[in-house]
Design a protein around this ligand. Structure first.
Ligand code: HEM
Ligand SMILES: *[C@@H]1O[C@H](CO)[C@@H](O)[C@H](O)[C@H]1NC(C)=O
Length: 338
């Protein structure tokens, strides 16, 4: 065998082993199922839950990130951890696009992945870790426990070029927002519930100043305007100063229905938040969720479940990444074969 043939032979055997699906050859692809790692990594879900708890103790805002991640990954074509990829020489990462502004704590997602890898190397996908960390982050924030399926595999491409077709901008019309949700199977009450995620976390002044300068948006509650102006004193925020307003001043660390009372009180920070409380299609649900935490949680759990099952890669599709920020096989290696 020549050196080149030998190289290909070695590469093929390597790929045959590494790309082996997580289920036996003679079984069918089960798709997403509950406790997918029961046999291959029974501790996986416990490890993730433990890590989310530990990280939350040290950095409360990690839970905000796990919750925001599931939207930014799953709503963009597929729940495939494409959000976590770094830019390469040829492709821009999703993280670096404008829609991803403010996303944080990715290095702590690596902490979770490393803990899982120590126990079961090469078995649990970043896509499942992203989804399960969101589930456990929601619990840490006082939200409902939502049983979610696993078995997702990691995507091999950045979806940065299409991200704007899937993730609405901060000032998008509610019609577009509802259309985007509907396209992935989330109905109006489901969409209203998902925006309840804005009951935690923060919004940077750059996303808000257009509502304050040159004139204050007259629909804003004057008491809230005072607070917003205090937090965002300049019409062009200093990009180096971390200036932001908390999404829910009342209970900023808790995922609860206070968000709905805020937006009915004209304290919604983003245009989309405000419109949710005023549009005739969404207002009835906003009122119902403002009154009933149970109803909010029920709809929220239903919508998160649908979101988490959006077009996953399963079976032999995609790959299992070793590190969530980089493809396991790089383009140059695999383009020889695929
Ligand atoms: C119409 C849809 C949405 C728009 C336009 C939108 C936009 C935004 C913007 C502009 C921010 C502020 C980022 C910053 O300044 O740091 C933000 C924060 C946040 N969003 Fe959304 N969002 C939407 C839907 C969602 C959904 C569906 C979820 C989760 C289910 C979510 C979860 C969050 C969380 C948790 C934060 C706070 C993040 C932090 O403090 O680190 N958002 N969103
Ligand atoms: C929304 O805000 C962006 C800046 O963040 C601006 O470029 C865009 O024109 C605005 N769109 C609408 C519909 O107002």
């Amino acid at each position: 065998m020549g050196a080149k043939a030998l190289f290909f032979f070695a590469l093929l055997s390597f790929l045959a082993v590494s790309l082996r699906p997580a289920f036996a050859e003679d079984e069918e692809d089960p798709g997403l199922i509950m406790n997918f790692y029961r046999d291959t990594c029974p501790q996986a879900e416990d490890i993730i839950r433990e890590q989310v708890k530990l990280l939350y103790k040290r950095h409360k805002n990690t839970a905000f990130s796990w919750l925001r991640n599931i939207f930014h990954d799953c709503a963009v074509q597929s729940c495939d951890a494409s959000l976590l990829l770094d830019s390469t020489r040829r492709t821009l990462s999703e993280k670096e696009t404008d829609r991803s502004f403010g996303l944080r704590n990715f290095r702590y997602l690596d902490t979770i992945k490393e803990a899982v890898e120590r126990e079961c190397p090469g078995v649990v996908s970043c896509a499942d870790i992203l989804v399960l960390s969101a589930r456990d982050g929601i619990v840490a924030l006082g939200g409902p426990h939502i049983p979610l399926k696993t078995g997702r595999r990691d995507g091999r491409k950045s979806r940065a070029d299409v991200i704007e077709q899937y993730l609405p901008d901060h000032n998008e019309s509610i019609t577009v927002v509802l259309e985007r949700f509907a396209a992935i199977g989330i109905d109006t009450p489901g969409g209203v519930a998902l925006l309840g995620a804005h009951s935690v976390g923060r919004t940077h002044c750059v996303k808000l100043v257009h509502r304050l300068y040159p004139e204050v948006d007259p629909v804003l509650n004057p008491d809230h305007v005072e607070h917003m102006l205090h937090k965002c004193p300049d019409s062009i925020p200093d990009p180096k100063a971390v200036q932001y307003v908390r999404n829910d001043r009342g209970t900023p660390m808790i995922l609860d229905n206070n968000y709905y009372r805020n937006i009915l009180d004209n304290k919604g920070l983003l245009i989309v938040d405000h419109q949710l409380a005023t549009d005739k299609r969404t207002k009835p649900y906003v009122k119902k969720m403002a009154k009933s935490q149970d109803y909010f949680f029920k709809e929220f759990a239903r919508a998160i479940t649908i979101l988490s099952e959006n077009n996953p890669l399963t079976g032999t599709k995609g790959e299992i990444r070793k590190q969530c920020n980089a493809l396991h096989f790089h383009g140059s290696e695999t383009s020889l074969l695929f």
